[in-house]
Design a protein around this ligand. Structure first.
Ligand SMILES: Nc1ncnc2c1ncn2[C@@H]1O[C@H](COP(=O)(O)OP(=O)(O)OP(=O)(O)O)[C@@H](O)[C@H]1O
Ligand SMILES: [Mg+2]
Length: 498
C-alpha cells in the first residue's frame, strides 16, 4: 500500500478574533482532482496557503508521499512539488507576462550556476502554455495592461510551468468566461492523466461535476463532510456548505419593467467599444454578457466617466449626461461596482466600516460630523444580510477572505442612493448562500425603480437574473435577447462567439 500523495492532518490556525481552521484533515491521491468547497471565510484559502508555505499553521502535520514535511516558505513548497495558484494575484505589473510566468523559476542559459536568463526560451514556453489556456495576448505584454482574466491566466501558467505534482487552484475560474474555463479544464484533465494531484477551489458548482472527482467541504474552519462527485447533487453540496436548504437560487422579481431610463446610443472608444447602443428600463435587470475582452468592462468605464468616449451619447431620464470623471458620474447618480476590487474598490488597510462609510460620508453626516451610531447600524445591517464573516466592523479589510471583501465593495455601493447601478461581475468569488442575498438586494433596487446593469460571465446567473440580455463581442453588440423564455446558455454563447 503506497502512501497518499498528500495528507494534511489536524491543521489549525488562528488569527486575531478568528479561529480560521480547527483540526482540518485533507487527503489527495495521485491523479485526483479534489474540489475544496465552503462558504466565504470557511478557511479554504488559509488551508491552501499553509500547504503552499505562505502561512504557518499553529498545529498539524503535512505529509507528502507519507513523509512529514515542514513547509516554511513557498520555495520549500515548490521544492516538494507543490504549486499554488493563489486567489489574490501576485504579479509584477511592470514585467511582461512571460517574465512573470518564470519569476523565481527562470530558465538559465549557458553553464549551470552562471545564470543568464534565456528570455527567448521563456517567451516560447510561456507563450505555448498561455495559448493552451486560450490567452489571446502576446507573452511580452506588461501585466498591468492585462485584464483581470489575462492576469489570472498568467497566474495559472506560472504554476503549470513549475511542473508541480501537487497543484492548488484557488478560484482559478472566477475571472474567466466559458471558453477559458473549458481550456483550463482540458489542461486539468491532462495533468490528471500524468498523475498530478489537484485541489480545485470554486464557488461555481457546475464546474465541480465537470472536472472534479471528489469534494471536501469546510464550514467555519472545520471539515464538514466529503463525497465522491458522482454520488452528490447540487442540492447536497449546497446543504453541506451552508448547513441549510436553499429554496431558490434566483429569487423572483414581481415588478414589471417600466419606461427606458438609461439610453445609450452609438457609444465608441477606440477598438474596445464600437457603436454600442442599448436602453435600460426602470425596474428591470439588464445583463451584458460576452467573452472576456468583449468590451463589457470598457463600456461600463465609459458610463462611469472613468474613460471618455470618442463618440456617442448617454442619456438618463431624457437628459444627456457626459461624465468626465467618476466624481461627475457619481454626482449624476451613477455607481459602479468595479471588476477589480483590490485596485478600485477597497482600501485594504482601512477597516470594514471605514470602507463602507467612504462613499457614504455625506449621507451619514449631520453638519459635517459623521453619525457614528448610524454608520455602525447601517454597516451592521449589511454585514448581517450579506453574511460578511468578520470578527468586528473595525477589522481591516486586508484580513477578510476574498469573497467577503467582494461583499464589502457591494455593500458600499448598495448603501449609496444611486439611480443607476453598474455591476461588473457582482458575485465573483461569492458563495452560493450570499449570492442569493445579493440577488435579493439587486431585486430590491430594481423594484425601487433604479436602473440596474449587470455585466456577468456566469451564464446561469445571467439567465436566472436578467429581464433582457445584451451580448457583446469585439466591442460590438452581437446579440440581444428580449424574451427570456427563449434564452438558453447555447443561444447566448452563440451570440458571444459568432
Ligand atoms: N491575514 C489574516 N488576518 C486576519 N484574519 C484572516 C487573515 N486571513 C484569513 N483570515 C480570516 O480567516 C478566515 C478564513 O479565511 P479564508 O480566506 O481562508 O476563507 P475562504 O474559505 O478562502 O473564503 P472565500 O471563499 O471568501 O475565499 C476568515 O474569517 C478570514 O477573515
Ligand atoms: Mg479564499
Amino acid at each position: 500500500m503506497t502512501a497518499p500523495l498528500l495528507s494534511m492532518e489536524g491543521i489549525s490556525k488562528a488569527y486575531p478574533g478568528v479561529q480560521a481552521l480547527s483540526g482540518v484533515e485533507l487527503a489527495l491521491a495521485r491523479g485526483e482532482v479534489l474540489a475544496l468547497l465552503g462558504e466565504n471565510g470557511a478557511g479554504k484559502s488559509t488551508l491552501m496557503k499553509i500547504l503552499g508555505g505562505a502561512v504557518r499553521p499553529d498545529a498539524g502535520t503535512i505529509r507528502v508521499d507519507g513523509v512529514a514535511r515542514a513547509i516554511r516558505s513557498p520555495q520549500e513548497a515548490l521544492r516538494l512539488g507543490i504549486a499554488v495558484i493563489h486567489q489574490e494575484f501576485n504579479l509584477v505589473p511592470a514585467l511582461g507576462a512571460a517574465e512573470n510566468v518564470f519569476l523565481g523559476q527562470e530558465i538559465a542559459r549557458g553553464l549551470p550556476g552562471l545564470g543568464v536568463v534565456d528570455r527567448r526560451a521563456q517567451r516560447a514556453r510561456a507563450g505555448a502554455v498561455l495559448a493552451r489556456l486560450g490567452a489571446d495576448f502576446d507573452p511580452d505584454t506588461e501585466c498591468r495592461r492585462l485584464s483581470v482574466a489575462g492576469q489570472q491566466l498568467v497566474e495559472i501558467a506560472k504554476a503549470l510551468v513549475s511542473g508541480a505534482r501537487i497543484l492548488v487552484m484557488d478560484e482559478p475560474s472566477a475571472a474567466l468566461s466559458a471558453p477559458e474555463v473549458a481550456a483550463l479544464h482540458g489542461v486539468i484533465r491532462e495533468l490528471k492523466r500524468d498523475g498530478t494531484g489537484i485541489v480545485y477551489v470554486s464557488h461555481r458548482l457546475d464546474e465541480i461535476a465537470a472536472v472534479c472527482d471528489r469534494v471536501a467541504v469546510l464550514r467555519d474552519g472545520r471539515n464538514a463532510g466529503g463525497a465522491a462527485v458522482a454520488a452528490v447533487g447540487r442540492g447536497d453540496l449546497i446543504r453541506m456548505m451552508v448547513g441549510r436548504e436553499l429554496t431558490e437560487e434566483f429569487p423572483r422579481r414581481t415588478t414589471a419593467p417600466g419606461e427606458a431610463r438609461l439610453v445609450v446610443e452609438g457609444l465608441s472608444r477606440g477598438t474596445a467599444v464600437r457603436g454600442v447602443s442599448f436602453e435600460a428600463r426602470r425596474g428591470e435587470v439588464l445583463a451584458i454578457t460576452g467573452l472576456v475582452g468583449a468590451g463589457r468592462t470598457e463600456l461600463l468605464r465609459l458610463l462611469f466617466g472613468a474613460d471618455r468616449p470618442d463618440s456617442g451619447t448617454i442619456r438618463l431620464d431624457g437628459r444627456e449626461i457626459r461624465p468626465r470623471s467618476p466624481r461627475q458620474a457619481i454626482a449624476a447618480g451613477i455607481g459602479l461596482l468595479p471588476e477589480d476590487r483590490k485596485l478600485q474598490g477597497l482600501v485594504l488597510d482601512l477597516s470594514l466600516r471605514e470602507n463602507f462609510a467612504l462613499p457614504n460620508l455625506a449621507r451619514l453626516s449631520r453638519a459635517g460630523v459623521v453619525q457614528g451610531a448610524l454608520e455602525r447600524r447601517e454597516c451592521g445591517g449589511f454585514v448581517e444580510r450579506l453574511r460578511i464573516r468578520t470578527p468586528r466592523q473595525e477589522a481591516l479589510v486586508r484580513g477578510l477572505s476574498g469573497g467577503n471583501q467582494q461583499k464589502v465593495v457591494l455593500a458600499k455601493w448598495l448603501a449609496r442612493d444611486c439611480e443607476v447601478l453598474l455591476f461588473d461581475e457582482p458575485t465573483r468569488g461569492v458563495d452560493v448562500g450570499a449570492k442569493v442575498e445579493i440577488y435579493r438586494l439587486i431585486n430590491d433596487l430594481a423594484a425601487a425603480g433604479k436602473v440596474v446593469v449587470m455585466v456577468s460571465s456566469d451564464l446561469p446567473e445571467v439567465l436566472g437574473m436578467a429581464d433582457r440580455i445584451v451580448v457583446m463581442r469585439g466591442g460590438r453588440v452581437t446579440g440581444r435577447i428580449d424574451d427570456m423564455a427563449r434564452a438558453t446558455q447555447e443561444s447566448v454563447m452563440e451570440a458571444a462567439v459568432s
